[in-house]
Ligand binder design. Structure first.
Ligand code: SF4
Ligand code: SF4
Length: 62
């Protein structure tokens, strides 16, 4: 199953993705973005919103 992942080396923790998620699946903390994968619909909106390309929607690991 695909999952949203955030690259911590790239993320600015600006909150744009968190505020833009139509399903309120994201939470912003000081040093990480948490995605509730039970709520996330994999719509991809957050991936497009991120100004620095920190988010990816890809296959989760095993
Ligand atoms: S893929 Fe869609 S539902 Fe999931 S966190 Fe991103 S904006 Fe929210
Ligand atoms: S929009 Fe991008 S840079 Fe901003 S908090 Fe989200 S993942 Fe990080």
């Amino acid at each position: 199953m695909k999952r949203v992942a955030c690259d911590r080396n790239v993320c600015l923790y600006c909150g744009t993705c968190v505020g833009g998620c139509p399903f309120e699946a994201m939470t912003l903390f000081s040093t990480w973005i948490e995605v509730d994968h039970d709520v996330c619909t994999r719509c991809g909106v957050c991936v497009k919103l991120c100004p620095v390309g920190a988010l990816t929607l890809g296959e989760a690991g095993p």
